[in-house]
Design a protein around this ligand. Structure first.
Ligand SMILES: Nc1ncnc2c1ncn2[C@@H]1O[C@H](COP(=O)(O)OP(=O)(O)OP(=O)(O)O)[C@@H](O)[C@H]1O
Length: 285
């Protein structure tokens, strides 16, 4: 199988002293569904943003990122072909990044922008075929009946489903999802993760998803990559994320805070199967 992601010796320093990534080496095969986990501030989003060429590594270093065999960045400089490469990368944001005042279908059609002439994009002129593809993408995520509603009338979970439809419209080869369920309730989270899994399994798309909730990583992703303090701490089958290993990744202090939060959640009747939940259950058992 082919590597669709190849990251070598990637370093990123913010504000001259905050070493967010410390020499990351990572490769991902076509068709994998990978969870990127780790404590807050460990570098998950930063790593994902480097993959999409939304930010670049330290100048002077030897770091490089290529996606689908195309160089995204090298030695702290973006490749001049990065725009072309980005058209093949679907990026899902925690806060959906839809245009609120536009209809749902027009938001999905935005996924086409990297592939049509700029004058058509600017004027918002799409063909009948493109419109019917957008409706199909919406049907795939169960949102076709909302096609002509304004995006800002939808719930968070519904907006995230539209954002995924936009990535489908883009015909992205790889989907990078940055905490796509962090602001969603458990039911919406499950729906969004089911959709990502479906796209991974049925369409063979590679999916890399940053997650705070380890139970979702275990349930949906065959492979987990854990960062800790900007370093790759664990890379292997997510079923090998034992509670002991998780305690090492997340640290005991974080664990006790999370455990308290989980108890609060369970008192409120919410079933959050997050790191906090899993560790709370482990401790209770
Ligand atoms: N644009 C930026 N400018 C300065 N520092 C940044 C920037 N982006 C990230 N950082 C820093 O880089 C480190 C890693 O941040 P990052 O957001 O990648 O962590 P994360 O693991 O995704 O955290 P979280 O789970 O809380 O989202 C942190 O110390 C953060 O403050």
């Amino acid at each position: 199988m082919d590597n669709v992601v190849q990251i070598k010796s990637l370093h990123k320093t913010f504000n001259s002293s905050n070493r967010a990534l410390k020499g990351i080496d990572l490769s991902v095969l076509k068709g994998e569904m990978v969870a990127l986990i780790g404590p807050s501030g460990s570098g998950k989003s930063t790593l994902l943003r480097h993959m999409a060429g939304l930010t670049w590594g330290d100048r002077g270093g030897q770091g490089s990122v290529s996606i689908l065999g195309e160089t995204i960045q090298k030695q702290g400089k973006l490749a001049h072909t990065v725009r072309h490469s980005r058209a093949k990368i679907g990026y899902i944001f925690q806060q959906f990044n839809l245009v609120n005042r536009m209809s749902v279908i027009n938001n999905v059609l935005m996924g086409r922008l990297g592939r049509i002439s700029s004058w058509r994009g600017t004027l918002g002129i799409f063909t009948q075929e493109e419109r019917s593809l957008a409706l199909k993408a919406l049907a795939r995520v169960g949102m076709e009946k909302y096609a002509y509603q304004r995006a800002d009338t939808l719930s968070g979970g519904q907006q995230q489903r539209v954002a995924i439809a936009r990535a489908l419209m883009q015909k992205a080869e790889i989907i990078l999802a940055d905490e796509p369920i962090a602001s969603l309730d458990p039911e919406s989270s499950r729906i969004v993760m089911d959709i990502l899994k479906d796209i991974n399994e049925k369409d063979g798309k590679t999916v890399i998803v940053t997650l705070h909730q380890v139970e979702y990583a275990r349930k949906y992703c065959g492979r987990a990559v854990a960062l800790k303090n900007g370093e790759l701490y664990f890379d292997g089958p997510s079923e090998e994320l034992s509670d002991k290993r998780l305690a090492n990744i997340y640290g005991a202090s974080q664990l006790s805070v999370d455990t308290q939060e989980a108890h609060k959640d369970s008192e409120k009747g919410s079933v959050d199967l997050g790191i906090s939940g899993s560790m709370a259950f482990a401790e209770a058992g």
